[in-house]
Structure formats: structure tokens, C-alpha cells
Write a protein that binds this ligand. Structure first.
Ligand SMILES: *[C@@H]1O[C@H](CO)[C@@H](O)[C@H](O)[C@H]1NC(C)=O
Ligand SMILES: *[C@@H]1O[C@H](CO)[C@@H](O)[C@H](O)[C@H]1NC(C)=O
Ligand SMILES: *[C@@H]1O[C@H](CO)[C@@H](O)[C@H](O)[C@H]1NC(C)=O
Ligand SMILES: *[C@@H]1O[C@H](CO)[C@@H](O)[C@H](O)[C@H]1NC(C)=O
Ligand SMILES: *[C@@H]1O[C@H](CO)[C@@H](O)[C@H](O)[C@H]1NC(C)=O
Length: 212
């Protein structure tokens, strides 16, 4: 799998209410600003870089990567990312006051996002799948690393012109869920905004921000 760091990614705003006062940094004029300091932890490299070696004090949020989409809408698979390490990761994060997230998707893990959010019925099921993942692993949040809505990534993703609007509808439904509304939700996004139905970079992603 590819390292996210090799791609031109930005982390989108973490749900604003969720980050307030988690960490502050001092600016040169003496005022302070709220800060998010986040990193991905590569589960498949856990033998080379153990959880115990993470510099927790440097981060407010760390995201375990990846739970990949599979043809089964109920199955977000951590099989290739050392699932046995995730419980240690979550407890180490919590012990250090750091939010523990799992990233869903990735370059090789985005094949089925499009079909999982394509219909109202599928969105309802996929919300349940995501909430179950978060509940099972006692996560503080989830990161969506769909590469990319409305724009082919690895070459064999399911793709639809409605991906971005379906993704928004999915996020809104996730926020209606009693557990989903409490999660920190982040997204890895390309610099060029997610494609609209005509294949152009979306001109307005405010709905996505309001749901994250
Ligand atoms: C201090 O600097 C920050 C930018 O770094 C700015 O947003 C803020 O308004 C400044 N505060 C004062 C009191 O000048
Ligand atoms: C992890 O920490 C151990 C103990 O401090 C150290 O011996 C080892 O070199 C570290 N490994 C990495 C990859 O940083
Ligand atoms: C989940 O999907 C992966 C990849 O397709 C597969 O290897 C695994 O057996 C599935 N797990 C379950 C519980 O169905
Ligand atoms: C909805 O999900 C089902 C089950 O995963 C899948 O077979 C179907 O193709 C999906 N619907 C669409 C329109 O992609
Ligand atoms: C996209 O959404 C529009 C409006 O809901 C619908 O008419 C159209 O059939 C959808 N296209 C695909 C490929 O699902």
C-alpha cells in the first residue's frame, strides 16, 4: 500500500466542536490558537514501527490505517493492516490523551465506496457498518480516505458521477446516528475538490464541512 505522505493530501477540518481546547499553541504575539496535530499510523508497518514507539505527546489525533472497503458492505477489512495491533493502538492513544481514529479506504481500499453510498438503503447499511467498526474498537473517530469520489484512483474503483453528492448524503446520515454524531470525522482529500456530477472540481463543499 502507498503511504499517504507521498500524496498531496490535506486533512480537512476536524469537526470544529470536537477539537476546541484539545490543544493550543502559542503564537509569536502571545495569543493562543486551537490546534490539531494528526498523523496516520500504518498498521501494516507495525512490526517495523511498534505502537510503543509513537511520539504520542506530539499529536492530538492519530489514525490507524486502513480498514478497506470490500464487496461486502458489512465488512470493512483490517486484514492487511495487523488487526491484532489495533486494540493496543487504541489503548495507548487513550492513555496519552490522544484521539484514536481508524482510516477507511486508502489507495487500494476505496474500490467499493461508490456502491456503498449509491442508494438510500446502502447508505443506511454503510452507516451501520462504520458505527459498528467504531463501537467494536472503541474509537474516538473515523477518517474517510476515499480516493476519490467521482474521480478514478487506482483504476478499478467503482465510480459514479453522483459519488460526491452520495458521499455528502452518507455523512449527513452518519451525523443523524446517535453514535455517529459523537465521532470525530475527518477526511483525506485531494487538493482539487471532489468532483461534481459533471466531473469538475466541486465549487461548494460547505455541506461536507458541516457534516464533518
Ligand atoms: C496574533 O496573531 C494571530 C496570527 O498569528 C492573529 O490571528 C491574532 O489576531 C493576533 N492577536 C493579536 C492580539 O494581535
Ligand atoms: C522503538 O523503541 C525501542 C526502545 O526505545 C528502540 O530500541 C527501537 O529502535 C525503536 N524502533 C524504531 C523503529 O524507532
Ligand atoms: C472481509 O473481506 C476480506 C477481503 O475481501 C476477506 O478476506 C475477509 O474474509 C472478509 N471478512 C469477513 C468477516 O467476511
Ligand atoms: C448496494 O449494495 C449492494 C450490496 O452491497 C450492492 O450489491 C449494490 O450494487 C449496491 N447498489 C448500487 C446502486 O451500487
Ligand atoms: C445521479 O443522481 C440523479 C439525481 O438523483 C439521478 O437522476 C441519476 O440517475 C443518478 N445517476 C447515477 C449514475 O446513479
Amino acid at each position: 500500500m502507498w503511504s499517504l505522505l507521498s500524496l498531496p493530501f490535506v486533512i480537512s477540518a476536524v469537526r470544529a466542536a470536537g477539537i476546541a481546547a484539545e490543544a493550543t499553541i502559542s503564537t509569536s504575539n502571545g495569543s493562543t490558537v486551537d490546534m490539531v496535530s494528526a498523523a496516520w499510523y500504518a498498521g501494516w508497518h507495525s512490526k517495523d514501527f511498534p505502537v510503543a514507539n509513537v511520539s504520542w505527546e506530539k499529536y492530538t489525533h492519530v489514525t490507524y490505517s486502513f480498514a478497506v472497503t470490500t464487496p461486502d458492505i458489512k465488512n470493512l477489512s483490517l486484514d492487511a493492516s495487523s488487526p491484532e495491533v489495533l486494540p493496543d493502538f487504541v489503548s495507548a492513544a487513550k492513555k496519552n490523551g490522544v484521539k484514536a481514529l481508524v482510516s477507511i479506504g486508502g489507495w487500494t481500499g476505496s474500490l467499493y465506496f461508490s456502491s456503498h453510498v449509491a442508494t438510500a438503503e446502502n447508505r443506511t447499511q454503510f452507516v451501520k457498518t462504520v458505527v459498528d467498526l467504531a463501537t467494536t474498537h472503541e474509537l474516538d473517530g473515523v477518517d474517510f480516505d476515499w480516493e476519490y469520489p467521482g474521480n478514478q484512483g487506482i483504476g478499478c474503483n467503482v465510480i459514479s458521477p453522483n459519488d460526491t453528492s452520495n458521499f455528502l448524503a452518507f455523512l449527513q446520515e452518519l451525523r443523524q446516528d446517535p453514535t455517529g454524531q459523537k465521532l470525530v470525522v475527518t477526511a483525506a482529500a485531494p487538493i482539487s475538490p471532489w468532483r461534481d456530477a459533471d466531473g469538475n472540481p466541486s465549487a461548494d463543499v460547505s455541506g461536507i464541512c458541516q457534516s464533518s
